[in-house]
Design a protein around this ligand. Structure first.
Ligand SMILES: [Zn+2]
Length: 683
């Protein structure tokens, strides 16, 4: 089976088409002169326009090539001629800035020449493929000559300053598109055998390798993105070793690295399991959303094509609803939702700050959003495959006869999906529907109102083969239910609740009350809210509601993963910090007035552990809902001893809560409050 490569497929009205259009609109409005400014300055040409700033202005992991690729793919996904025209203009002007030796960067000091070259190859190939951009391949050849002569070939494992190990994919693609063996040969220079081989051996990527060396963490996005190189190598060579690397890597990542959302790579790292679990307690940077979704989309598409197995589509679907699709709109000045935050202490969606304008994730965002269109349907000589359930249509030439299929659905709000067939002539073929891993019962189906059997084959496709005619209607129902998943089985927590492929997040004051959810039967504690799709309320506390993570807006607090258990892994009572705290080695800290830290404990006394600083502020302390003190953490130096405790609270369970105040001591240089933990005295 193979993808349609955008041809003949269109999204219809719905949230994904809206997102694709919003992204296209945003990238179309970036002034050409701004995008070209540095290239023109470097080439000594007149350079009107403004500096886009951030990573773009600094030539840091520069995204110009990805913006070209993204716009070219958005043109393929939507047919919008403005996207094609912009690609053609940008490539033409940029091409005029290439120097005689092929030097093509934004400045004289590109920070990661391998990375930036790779993204430029991407952009030029996609401009050629999807926009027919004149001279794109000519420019590609010139910059490749420069790269062959100048790129450092030390190839250190995990060198994130270059990400050299992601280069082979697009160079193999360049060979497939042009037939020029220089691209194939150059691609082979960048194969990442040291890492790919671990998957070929079905080994643990954190275990010692045959050479005795060992790696404790890998940069996450680029170590999934590099697997696209193995995918493209399989297309070029047909060597099944490459296919097996992808298959084994997929299974390895799903088993130990991927969260229920499809996201992965907390703090941008693939980590051993124990460390991965810990990150849910202390990092706001759980998933590099745009780049990570893009790498996973590519990997899944290769695997679906190579194996014909529908199970790889499940990852794409999870990321559509809970990864890239759940991100908030980016801003016109290039701030994007770089990270998704799954912290058990509660989190919010945020775009990056100004210093991260035009980051890597603004390069992958248009690429991955355009790819929604190319992930819905696949084809083979005799079958049409439906991977995603979403409003759309596909035109397919089956044995020379035109067939059009329209998919109408409100999925996932409703499990019903309708397909309407239009065919030139009656035509016998199979429609194969991905049978998702989350189904709570088999798919049921009818054709023209008559129930039919829908057997699922060994490759996870529910298949119906018949002679299709214009007016035929296939209707299916995909049964969904509430389900929980733990990151750390057999421990129940951290846990998250899903409905079908949709991960829910809780809107509630704190996650203590989520302890009431029976994780084996979440439907017993969660009641659907009438009139509000995919919304549930806690039976014991209707003020706590769960709804899809993708419905949360910027700044709306939520709990996606939760852990209402009282003790942390260090045996101390667990502290719940709200989203305004940062984590240092020894403590959490914040200087945001209103930031809260809360902790429940058993027994008559509690001690707050921390340090005094000369920039520390004041916090109001509440115990069991009553204000008991205002505590000043100021001290005339750094790291000074700090001691505060409350006694004689009576037996049983108590809750202490700190809230940072806007007021501070006149002596202090700031209003930071730190919390190393809370301690109950030994019994
Ligand atoms: Zn990124």
């Amino acid at each position: 089976m193979e993808p349609f490569d955008f041809r003949g497929v269109a999204l219809e009205d719905g949230q994904w088409r809206s997102q694709v259009r919003d992204v296209l609109g945003l990238y179309l409005q970036i002034p050409d002169d701004d995008l070209l400014k540095g290239f023109r300055q470097r080439a000594g040409q007149p350079a009107p326009g403004g500096n886009l700033g951030g990573w773009y202005g600094d030539d840091t992991f520069h995204v110009f090539g990805q913006i070209i690729s993204g716009l070219a793919r958005l043109h393929a996904a939507t047919g919008d001629p403005a996207a094609r025209e912009k690609v053609n203009r940008l490539v033409s002007h940029w091409g005029s800035c290439i120097e005689a030796d092929g030097y093509f960067f934004y400045s004289r000091k590109p920070n990661a020449p391998h990375y930036i070259y790779d993204k430029m190859v991407w952009g030029l190939l996609d401009a050629h493929l999807y926009c027919g951009t004149p001279d794109a391949l000519k420019y590609l050849s010139r910059i490749t000559d420069w790269a062959m002569g100048h790129l450092d070939r030390k190839r250190h494992l995990g060198d994130t300053s270059t990400e050299w190990y992601t280069l082979s994919e697009n160079l193999f693609r360049a060979y497939l598109i042009t037939g020029d063996p220089k691209y194939r040969d150059f691609a082979m220079v960048w194969e990442y055998s040291e890492y790919w081989d671990i998957y070929a051996r079905k080994a643990d990527i954190f275990a010692p390798r045959p050479d005795g060396k060992q790696t404790g963490a890998y940069h996450a996005y680029s170590h999934v993105n590099t697997l696209g190189g193995a995918g493209a190598a399989y297309l070029v060579t047909g060597d099944t070793r490459y296919r097996d690397i992808l298959k084994n890597a997929y299974d390895y990542l799903q088993k130990g690295e991927v969260f229920v959302t499809g996201g992965f790579g907390p703090d941008e790292q693939l980590l051993p399991h124990r460390k991965l679990v810990e990150t849910l307690y202390n990092t706001t940077a759980t998933f590099e959303t745009q780049c990570g979704s893009w790498a996973a989309f590519k990997m899944s598409k290769y695997l679906m094509s190579f194996t014909g197995d529908a199970r790889y589509g499940d990852w794409v679907e999870r990321l559509l609803y809970n990864g890239v699709g759940a991100s908030i709109p980016m801003t016109q000045d290039g701030r994007v939702m770089y990270y998704s935050d799954y912290r058990v202490s509660g989190a919010e969606k945020r775009n990056t700050g100004a210093n991260l304008r035009w980051s890597c994730c603004t390069g992958t965002r248009p690429q991955v959003v355009a790819d929604y269109v190319d992930q819905i349907y696949f084809k083979s000589e005799d079958s049409l495959y439906v991977n995603l359930f979403t409003p759309s249509k596909v035109k397919w030439s089956h044995k020379g006869r035109a067939v059009e299929i329209r998919q109408a659905t409100r999925f996932p709000e409703d499990g019903t999906v309708e397909f309407a067939v239009t065919a030139d002539q009656p035509s016998e073929f199979a429609i194969k529907l991905r049978s998702p891993g989350w189904l709570s019962a088999p798919v049921s189906a009818s054709v023209n109102g008559h129930a039919i059997a829908l057997p699922v084959d060994s490759l996870n496709w529910a298949t119906i083969r018949r002679e299709w005619r214009t007016g035929d209607r296939l209707s299916i129902a995909l049964p969904m239910r509430l389900a929980s998943s733990s990151v750390d089985p057999p421990r129940p927590y951290p846990a998250a609740i899903s409905y079908g492929p949709v991960v829910l997040a809780f809107d509630c004051n704190n996650d203590n009350i989520l302890a009431g959810i029976d994780l084996n039967h979440p439907e017993q504690n969660l009641k659907a809210v009438a009139g509000q799709p995919l919304t549930w309320q806690l039976v014991n506390d209707p003020s706590a509601r769960a709804r899809p993570f993708y419905t949360f807006h910027e700044g709306e607090p939520y709990y996606l993963y939760f852990d209402p258990s009282d003790a942390g892994s260090d045996g101390r009572p667990r502290v719940r910090f709200n989203s305004r705290w940062s984590k240092a080695d020894r403590f959490h800290f914040s200087d945001v007035a209103g930031a809260t830290a809360q902790c429940s404990f058993e027994g008559p006394a509690i001690r707050w552990l921390g340090f005094k600083f000369d920039d520390a502020g004041e916090a109001e302390v509440t115990i069991d809902g009553k204000v008991v003190a205002v505590v000043d953490q100021y001290g005339p130096g750094r790291d000074l001893p700090f001691d505060w405790s409350a006694k004689d609270l009576g037996p049983g369970r108590h809750t202490i809560r700190l809230q940072i105040l806007a007021e501070k001591s006149a002596l202090s240089k700031g209003r930071f409050i730190n919390v190393a933990g809370f301690e109950t005295p030994p019994k």
